[in-house]
Structure formats: C-alpha cells, structure tokens
Design a protein around this ligand. Structure first.
Ligand code: PMV
Length: 361
C-alpha cells in the first residue's frame, strides 16, 4: 500500500446527511522505541509496542452536513463532558493533514465527544489512543460512503490516518503487538501504517502485565514534536536508528522463542537509550525524576533476589511502566503495592495488561 492507495476517490456524500459513531482505542507502550522522524511522520526506525487494555480513549463523532458549503473545518470538541478549546488546534491540524485522504471532512459539521479511561494530566500520553479513536471514527464514515472497502483496508487506513495525527498512534489500532516502520524481517511492515506482529507469540508473552507508576503527573517537559526534532543533528542519531532496527531483529526472535531474560535486557536498554538520547541532545533534557531512579533500583533488587523477570520501560517522561509475565502477577503486585507506591505521586498507579486493539461501540 502507498499513500496514493489511501486517497478516497469518486466521493459522493449526497446520501449521507448525518450520523454518529463511537470507537474505543487503546494506548500502547513501545518496547523498541520510535524517536526521530522525517516529514510527514515517517519514522527513522521501526518500532514495536504492546497494545494496552485498560488505558484507552472513547470518542464519539457526530456529523451533519453543513448548511452552506465551505472548505473551513467545522469542529466542536467536548472533553470529559466540557467544551474544550485547548485540543481544537491539534484536531484542526490533524484534519488538514488527512483531508486529502478523507475529503468528506470539509462537508460536515463535527462534534467530537471524547473521554480517557486514565486520569487527565497523569503524564500518560493520550495522543496515541485519542488520534487512533478519531481516525477510526473517520473510517466509519468512509465505510458508510463506500461500503465495499475491505476490513484490511479499513484497519490499515485507520492506522495510516492516526499516524498523521501522532506517530505512535499508528500502533494503537490493533493488538497485541504492533510493528510500525519498514523492517526487512517483518513481512508487510510499512513506514506509513502499523501492522500486527505477524508471527506466533510465545505463551510467556500472553497477557503480559504493565503496571504504570505515576511518578510525575505534570505537563510533559518536552513535547513529542520538540523531542523528535532533537534527533536532527544529534551526534548519535544514525547509530541509534541502526541499533533500534537491530533490536527489532532481536525482539522478533525473543517474542517467538519466549526468552524472558533476553526480553528484560533488551526492553530496559531501549528505555534507557531513549532517555540517553535526550540527555545527549542540544538542548539536553533529563526526564527522569529521583523517584524514577529509586523505582528502577528497587526493580533490579527485586529481580536479583527473586530470580524474577520483572523489568521496566519508560516513555518520554518520569513515569515507570513495570512489565511482568502473567505467572508472576501475584508476587509482583504484592511487591509493587508494598515497595513502589511510596515513590508515586499521591500513590497513584494504573494496572494494565496487553490488549487486543480498538473496538467499535
Ligand atoms: O507519537 P509521538 O510523536 O508522541 O512519539 C512518541 C514516542 C515515544 O512514546 C517516546 C516512543 C514510542 O515509540 O512510543
């Protein structure tokens, strides 16, 4: 599939006056990270993520034909029950980027009602789940206009559109593991949409857990846009992109052979490398907090003493994602509640696990 294949042609919206649709889309956590891109949202390396189950965005999109035609986007955003002006510029920008592919969006007045299952300003990025839910709603309208599109086309184009809103949103349509970015060992992988990990996943990774420790719930210190731009002229950028692609090769094997020790090693190294790239860019940033490091120390200590397969990963922030296999869940949950919650802001954390992808409500 190329960009051209996603352009909706022979548009006839005369029979669709109004309607509404609702999608629930998950967040995801990258195991091999995407950091660095070129225009338009083309990743510099392939990435892979676990789709989450409990952290999600639910978006209802109501549409009605404009009374007078105009090329200006007409959108109202209601977030958690209240009119929200703050998100509007991001959504207008998203509409501008996708208009070529879903040209009907200039023909309707839209009301977007959206809610997250996780607390607002928890430091958990809602752009992946939010953009993918909105992209799926747009695809539901496209399907009304063109009922012949296949399920595969629907999913791929939803991921394609979501990517234009937020890169990592490309990985928030399907489950349980999604690869985004061309990679020689992942058949059908693409720079313009995410694909389900195409091989059989070892049972060790079934229902894998991700408990998110909310260390710092403040605003993101570095926006994604600024962060990705730091990779231009970064002294280690090319080595990092090569390393990430090598890590995809490694994790591809690990996910199939179930080698948990190798998984732990690779996933933690990826998290620390992401942060190392930010510490060594110009300007530089330290996004971890003292409590992030305290938690990491405790996780290492627990792992050593209990021969556990617990590990951590990080996003571009201070919160810690604690990853562990299903069979360790009782013990690790007890460890988290007794030893790690003191390091969380207001003792807050979210229990999540690997999910199966977005669903229409
Ligand atoms: O989707 P963006 O542009 O917000 O980038 C997110 C990048 C990371 O979350 C830091 C890593 C990743 O691959 O999800």
């Amino acid at each position: 599939m190329t960009e051209q294949d996603f352009i909706l042609k022979n548009l006839d919206s005369s029979k669709l006056d109004k309607g509404s649709c609702t999608w629930q889309s998950p967040s995801n956590i990258a195991l091999v990270k995407y950091w660095g891109k070129s225009d338009p949202q083309i990743p510099k390396n392939a990435s892979i993520s676990f789709t989450l189950q409990n952290c999600h965005t639910t978006t209802n999109l109501a549409y009605s034909k404009k009374e007078t035609s105009s090329k200006i986007f007409s959108v109202q955003v209601i977030f958690e029950g209240k009119i929200n002006e703050e998100f509007k510029p991001k959504i207008i920008k998203f509409f501008e980027r996708v208009a070529l592919y879903v040209p009907f969006i200039t023909e309707y007045d839209f009301v977007i009602k959206t809610d997250n299952s996780f607390p607002h300003s928890s430091g958990i990025a809602s752009s992946a789940s939010g953009m993918s839910a909105l992209a799926l709603c747009l695809m539901s309208i496209e399907k009304q206009l063109n009922p012949n599109i296949s399920e595969e086309y629907f999913t791929q184009k939803a991921s394609f559109l979501a990517r234009l809103g937020s890169g990592s949103a490309a990985r928030s349509v399907e489950g349980e593991l999604v690869v985004w970015g061309e990679h020689k060992e992942i058949p059908s992988s693409s720079n313009i949409y995410g694909v389900k990990f195409p091989f059989k996943i070892h049972n060790n990774f079934k229902n894998y857990h991700d408990t998110i420790l909310l260390v710092d719930k403040g605003e993101k210190q570095v926006s994604s846009t600024v962060g990705h731009n730091l990779m231009f002229n970064h002294p280690f950028a090319q080595q990092r992109f090569d390393q990430a692609n090598e890590n995809i090769t490694k994790i591809n094997q690990i996910l199939q052979n179930g080698d948990l020790k190798a998984f732990v090693n690779l996933v933690e190294s990826e998290a620390l490398t992401l942060h190392a790239m930010m510490m060594t860019s110009h300007p530089h940033f330290v996004l971890m907090k003292p409590n992030t490091l305290q938690i990491i120390e405790k996780i290492w200590d627990y792992r050593r003493k209990n021969n556990s397969n617990i590990c951590f990963t990080l996003d571009a922030g201070a919160n810690v994602h604690v990853l562990f296999p299903e069979r360790e869940k009782e013990k690790v949950n007890a460890f988290i509640t007794s030893k790690l919650l003191d390091f969380c802001q207001n003792n807050q954390y979210i229990c999540d696990s690997v999910g199966t992808g977005a669903r229409q409500l």
